[in-house]
Design a protein around this ligand. Structure first.
Ligand SMILES: [Zn+2]
Length: 264
């Protein structure tokens, strides 16, 4: 009898474990939200917690990104054939006023009413016709805005070498830092290896220019990369620069993957 009581007490104690609690008290943890569908854009795919980031080089400084169900164009210039078959842009980032970055004609062709937001520095805004100004949000260096879950920060971009400073004066143009979830993409714009670039950390994908006389040498770009250590770097805006030399200078010991793609 004594043993039976002990057994009963033990069984009751065990009933505090999950085996004796009705199953409906144990709701399964909510399923993680499924990632948003990818936009229909060809290119490199990089897995993120907001779906794939898609990298689609177009030409020189012009590229398209797909991320978190959004299509983002950067510095779209040239005729519409370059963009034929690509999804319409939700966001267009313009870095600067020069013709390899800004074309009001291309923007007019690509900006869809009630669908496309242009983000640009003041100098670009001032150069746009009123119809484009109406769909443009001005962002100064270091200012931040967002389009739903896409956070967009304007970064400084400028020359520092005395004979090049007139090409890009500090404050006129914007590089951009894009963040969605835990991933960050840096689009440097036309710049040299400025301290604001070298101080960046936690960059997953970086686009860096390297051409003379307008931006920087491959050695400058590689030296900056070795300091801020993006996980992946795409040289862009490089014309006939020696990308093999850039890759050599970056080396393999810094943990940075150099991705060379067709930009011309
Ligand atoms: Zn340029």
């Amino acid at each position: 009898m004594h043993l039976l009581r002990l057994f009963t007490a033990t069984a009751a104690a065990l009933c505090l474990s999950s085996a004796c609690i009705p199953a409906d008290l144990f709701d399964p943890p909510p399923a993680p939200p499924s990632p948003p569908p990818d936009v229909n854009l060809p290119g490199d795919r990089i897995k993120t917690n907001f779906g794939n980031l898609i990298i689609h080089p177009i030409n020189h400084a012009t590229l398209a990104l797909g991320w978190s169900s959004k299509t983002i164009y950067v510095d779209p210039v040239g005729d519409a054939a370059r963009f034929a078959g690509l999804p319409a842009a939700n966001v267009i980032l313009v870095t600067d006023v020069h013709a390899d970055h800004l074309s009001a004609e291309t923007l007019t062709a690509l900006a869809i009413p009630n669908h496309t937001l242009i983000i640009a520095p003041q100098a670009v805004y001032d150069a746009l016709p009123p119809a484009l100004q109406a769909v443009t949000r001005v962002l100064a260096n270091d200012a931040t805005t967002n389009v739903e879950d896409l956070i967009i920060e304007a970064r400084p971009m400028y020359n520092t070498t005395p004979e090049r400073v007139n090409f890009h004066t500090k404050g006129r143009g914007n590089g951009y830092l894009l963040t969605t979830g835990d991933r960050r993409v840096y689009i440097a714009g036309d710049t040299e290896d400025i301290p604001e670039m070298r101080a960046l950390r936690g960059i997953d994908v970086a686009f860096l220019p390297m051409n003379l006389p307008y931006t920087m040498t491959v050695q400058q770009a590689a030296d900056a990369v070795r300091e801020f250590k993006p996980t992946i770097v795409y040289p862009y805006h490089f014309r006939d620069s020696d990308l093999a030399e850039f890759s050599r200078w970056v080396g393999t010991d810094a943990g940075v993957e150099v991705r060379l793609r067709e930009w011309y």
